[in-house]
Write a protein that binds this ligand. Structure first.
Ligand code: AMP
Length: 182
């Protein structure tokens, strides 16, 4: 079974369509027999995806730093590991997964996704990444990436490592295509 790491927002205050998409993704991962690896919380899109995956009979691994146990409300109905720092969390989420899906999120989501892309840029791994939204959420990010490539700060080939997808199945397929290439 492959494991897919999910980066996504922890806010509960977002438009319901984002929480719905997270639920759809969680259920689809379970149905397609992928293990969901994520930050371990019950809040926001994180909680929505993990709960849906769990309820659909999927495997879920949550990785949570001790100091966030209360704030992000650890989801303890699934397998979870408690670590001491954000760095440990990020490293373990990376080690436990074969690729990444990035749902809409805030600065934490962006930080996690960009760090994994920067590790890929340094040649430290070639695990693929799919950004997923059903609208335009990630458009500005892809515009920024295009701008960076146009300025020749990053080679064009780098853009092949990550996809912009519009449904959970598209995201999974985009990862699968890239799994086969490496
Ligand atoms: P946000 O997108 O800001 O709602 O954050 C999404 C998730 O990313 C939350 O679970 C945060 O705890 C987590 N996060 C934020 N910064 C980091 C970091 N430096 N390393 C690992 N996780 C982080």
């Amino acid at each position: 079974m492959k494991s897919i790491c999910l980066y996504c927002g922890s806010s509960n205050d977002v438009e319901p369509k984002y929480l719905e998409l997270a639920k759809k993704l969680g259920a689809t991962l379970a149905e397609q027999n992928y293990r969901l690896v994520y930050g371990g919380g019950s809040v926001g899109l994180m909680g929505a995806a993990a709960t849906a995956a769990h309820e659909a009979g999927g495997k879920v691994l949550g990785i949570m730093p001790r100091f966030l146990l209360t704030k992000e409300r650890i989801f303890d109905s699934v397998e979870h590991r408690i670590v001491e720092t954000m760095h440990e969390r990020k490293q373990m989420m990376f080690d436990e997964s074969d690729g990444f899906i990035v749902l809409p999120g805030g600065i934490g989501t962006l930080e996690e996704a960009v760090e994994m892309l920067s590790w890929a840029r340094l040649g430290l791994h070639c695990k693929p990444m799919a950004f997923l939204d059903e609208g335009q959420f990630w458009d500005p990010f892809f515009e920024l990436m295009g701008h960076i490539v146009t300025g020749k700060f990053t080679p064009t080939e780098f853009l092949e490592l990550f996809a912009h997808t519009k449904s959970p199945m598209d995201a999974i397929e985009a990862l699968e295509i890239r799994f086969k290439q490496v």
